[in-house]
Every structure is written in C-alpha cells, then in structure tokens.
Design a protein. Sequence first.
Length: 403
Amino acid sequence: MAMVIADNNKGYSVKDVGIIDPEGAANQSGLRDTNARLVLSLVRRQGAMPGAKIARRSGLSAQTVSNITRALVEDGLLVRDQAVKGKVGKPSVPVRLNPQGVHAFGLSIGRRSAELVLVDFLGTKLASTSTAYPYPTIEGVMSFLKKGLEDILKTHPNAKARLAGIGVAIPSKLWNWLEVVNAPKAAMTKWRDLDLKSEVTRTTGMETYLENDATSGCVAEHLLGRGAEFADFAYIFLGYFIGGGLVLNGRVIPGRTGNAASLGTMPVSDGKGGTTELLNVASFHVLESQLHQDGIDPTLLRRNPTDWSFCDAQVKSWIEATSRHLATATAAITSVVEVEAILIEGAMPAQVRQDLVRATQKAFRDIDLTLIERPQIEEAEVGRNARSLGAALLPIHSRYFLA
C-alpha cells in the first residue's frame, strides 16, 4: 500500500492516541508510514470522523489526509460512513476503523490455566477457548495452542487472511515459586530455557509478541476499559499470584525489563511482626490453600469461574484479609507515583470483585496519608479475560498504530 508522507506531525499529541510499543512500532512489520498510523490512531481513539477533522487534529494537510484515508479504505482498514450534510459546502464523509480489517490472536499462559482468544481490529473478542492444568508444561500449552487455533479458525475462516499475529501474555519467571504451585522442578525449569517467542512462531506460523501477563491486562484496560476515563492509573490483577501495571499520561509503562508495577514482590506485613511479599498474602493460591484445608476441591474455583457461592465463607474471609493488603499496596503506590485511580481486576466472579473493591476502599480510608492526595479505588472494566485480550492487542497496535 503506497502512502504519501508530505507533512510532519506538528500539532499531534501522543496523549491523543496513547499506546505502547516498547520496542518501537516503526520497526515492526505492518504499516510503516507514520502518517497512516497517526490517522488510524486518531480514528481509533476518537471514533468516526471526517477528513477535515482528522487534518485539524493531526496537523496534516487536507490533501495528505485525503490520500491516506483513500488508501486505508482501499486496503480494508477504514470504512466510510454515510455522508453528513452541513449547512454549507459539500457533505462530510466520516471514516472509521473496519472491524474486519485486521484480526489477531492472544494467548495467556498462567500457572493453573491458559486461554486463547481471537479479536478483531477494534479489540472485540470473537472467540475463545481455555484449558486448566495442575501446572503448565511446554508440550501441553503448545498442544492446546495448536488445537485452539484450528478450532477457532474453523468457525472464523475469514480471519485467517487478515491476521496481524499472535500476542502471548505470561507471568515473569513462570518457573519460580515451585513450592507454592506444587509443580515438579524439571517440568517448570524447561520454561526458563525456552525461547518462547520462537516456539510460538514455529507452532503457529505467525509473528509473535511477548508481554508480562499483568501488563497485558493493563493494556486491555487502557485500550478497552477505563483508559479513556483515567490518564494515570495503577492496575492490579489478581490471579493465582498478583501482578499489576501502570499507565501515566495516557501511556502504558512497561518498564526497562517489562516488569514495571509488577507488585507481586512488594513487601507488606506478614501479620507476625515481619514482612512478606504481596503475592504470598493477596493471591488466589491463598484462597486455594484455605479450601484445601477445609476439605473443598480448589479446582472448583476454575471450573466455576462466575459463581463461587460454594465456598462463600472462605471467600469472605479471603476478601477481608486481601483487602487490607491491597490498601497497604495502594498507599505504597500512591507514595511513589501520583495516579488518579487504582483499578482492581482478577479472574474472579463480578460480585467477588465488587466486594473486594468495597472492602479495599474501606481499609484504605483507615490509612493515614499526610500530604498525599488519595486516588480513587475502583473496579476495572474489561474482566477476567483481560490478560489474553491485552495479548491479542499487542500485534494489532504494534503494526498499525502509533506508540
């Protein structure tokens, strides 16, 4: 697709389009014209708009915008809406992203389960499949991935011709904490020596993009959830362990090694006069341990992802303890970076998330924070699929939008 690069980007603010390619989107395959990426980014962020408005917002000339939008429509990335008649002059024709213009897969690899999703150009989930296991093995995850791709593409065959790639969300150092996950050392240390990006590319034939799982969840919340509401927020995701992400000035901050705001290793009180890591006291493995002690099968949490009423008493006790630690973590975050909100998400039923957020709000009010403006503590919006959805967004935004 030939594009015209005639203007500079004077008048364009990165905050207008906000996102994410720590390695530099211009070095990835896909659209290489910065101006075309700019147009797509503005339309993604602001919605359908006519060329004149795009020109004003971008600082590009009307002719440049006309050339770019025409080429993007021809390539199937934009579609034209019906003309809007004004009082004077020619009717304006808004353009918007074509949902069918690009598709991508997202794979989330966790310590107890994996999920594969297919999304369209807007990030809408079109299909998903998941699997649970006692612990992840390379062979098992790759077998699940291969079959999942085959099954999803059977029901969505048109997506195959417009695939941008596959994103993979995986916890940092998956092979650690063996005694907590009760996994054999030999199977888990294989992950340490694996070139996961190459393995996924070999298995799928697609370009692969890797990201920390909690950061992927943060990407999804930023782009699909409450990112339009909060320009600065910290994101907390509770899974088997706990992780997080950070958005400042409308941009996801992955950090030098991809572990910015990972949160899991944050020191908190152990309740015995010492300290421990946050992941040891505010994660689902704590709840699973309690269920095991009480003679309840912990796998029921994953087999009943939307209803945990079977262990209501244990969940209430877990929320009470976890909320205190999340309040402490919120105070620590707020002492270092000024954010508008702390958004809490997790692989839990919506009612459990709501109760946890309310309990955290209450616990946070009891903490004295002199001279520090308190952030809002709110529910995130995307839901339990945030990590896999965020992973699926990585190839799309790396290839077609501006960082």
